[in-house]
Design a binder for this molecule. Structure first.
Ligand code: AMP
Length: 226
C-alpha cells in the first residue's frame, strides 16, 4: 500500500520547501495545489502583504507603494512577517514558502530562523519557465471577484472565464500586473532573486522543475521531484 500523503495522519515526514522562480512561474498556483494535497500551509509573503494592505495596517501602509512600483519590501519587514507566521501551529509540520526568500539576505535570515526552530529546509525548488510564457501568464492573469479563482485570459478555458462573468462576477487584475510594474518585477527578480539559484545549488538544496505547460503537468513534475 502506498504511504498516506496527508501530514495530519502523523505518518509522513514534514516537508519544508521554498518555491523559487520569477513572477508568473506559477509558484502560488503550485503552492496551493501542494497545500491541498499534502495538508501543509502555503506561506506567501505577497498574499500576507496584500492582506496587510487590505486591512490598512502599518505594514500595509509601508508596503503599498513599494509593491505597486514592483520593488521589494525591506528585508526587515519581511523577516518580521515570516518569523511570526512560521511560529504558528499549522507551520510546525512543514510549509511551502512562496515568494520568500527573494534576496540573499532573506535566505540567510531564513536559514538562521530555521536553525533556531530546529526545522531544516528540505529543498528549494526552481520553477523554470520561458520568458514569453511568463509575460503572457502575468499580463493575462485575472481573479474572479466572486470566488477568488485564479484565471488567465490567454490560457484558461473560455467556459471558465464565461462562468465567472455570467454569474455576475468581474475578472480582476492585480494592481502590480500592469506592463510597467511587470517589467520592474522581472528586473528585480534578475538582480536580487536569481542569485538564490546558486545559493541553494551550493548548499545541495536546489531542484529544478520545468514549469512550462498546464498547471496539472507542472504539478505532476513537481510532485515527482519532492
Ligand atoms: P508576489 O505575490 O510574490 O508576486 O509578491 C508581490 C509583491 O510583494 C512583490 O513584487 C514585492 O513588492 C512584495 N513582496 C512579496 N514577497 C516579498 C519578499 N519576500 N521580499 C520583498 N518583497 C516582497
Amino acid at each position: 500500500m502506498p504511504p498516506p500523503v496527508n501530514c495530519s495522519s502523523g505518518d509522513v515526514e514534514a516537508m519544508r520547501i521554498v518555491l523559487l522562480g520569477p513572477p508568473g512561474s506559477g509558484k502560488g498556483t503550485q503552492a496551493r495545489k501542494l497545500m491541498a494535497e499534502r495538508n501543509i500551509p502555503q506561506v506567501s509573503t505577497g498574499d500576507m502583504l496584500r492582506a496587510a494592505i487590505a486591512a490598512d495596517s502599518r505594514f500595509g501602509q509601508q508596503a503599498k507603494e513599494i509593491m505597486e512600483a514592483g520593488q521589494l519590501v525591506s528585508d526587515d519587514i519581511i523577516l518580521g512577517i515570516i518569523s511570526e507566521r512560521l511560529a504558528e501551529a499549522d507551520a510546525q509540520d512543514g510549509f511551502i514558502l512562496d515568494g520568500f526568500p527573494r534576496t540573499v539576505q532573506q535566505a540567510l535570515d531564513l536559514s538562521d530562523l530555521l536553525d533556531q526552530l530546529g526545522q531544516p529546509l528540505d529543498a528549494a525548488v526552481l520553477l523554470d519557465v520561458d520568458f514569453d510564457i511568463l509575460i503572457r501568464r502575468l499580463t493575462g492573469r485575472r481573479t474572479c471577484s466572486l470566488n477568488g479563482k485564479l484565471l488567465n485570459i490567454y490560457f484558461s478555458p473560455p467556459e471558465e472565464l464565461d462562468a465567472c462573468i455570467n454569474a455576475g462576477g468581474e475578472l480582476l487584475r492585480r494592481e502590480d500586473d500592469n506592463e510597467e510594474t511587470i517589467r520592474n518585477r522581472l528586473d528585480v527578480y534578475r538582480e536580487r532573486t536569481e542569485p538564490l539559484i546558486n545559493y541553494y545549488k551550493k548548499r545541495g538544496k536546489l531542484k529544478t522543475v520545468d514549469a512550462g505547460g498546464t498547471i496539472d503537468e507542472v504539478f505532476e513534475r513537481l510532485s515527482a521531484n519532492l
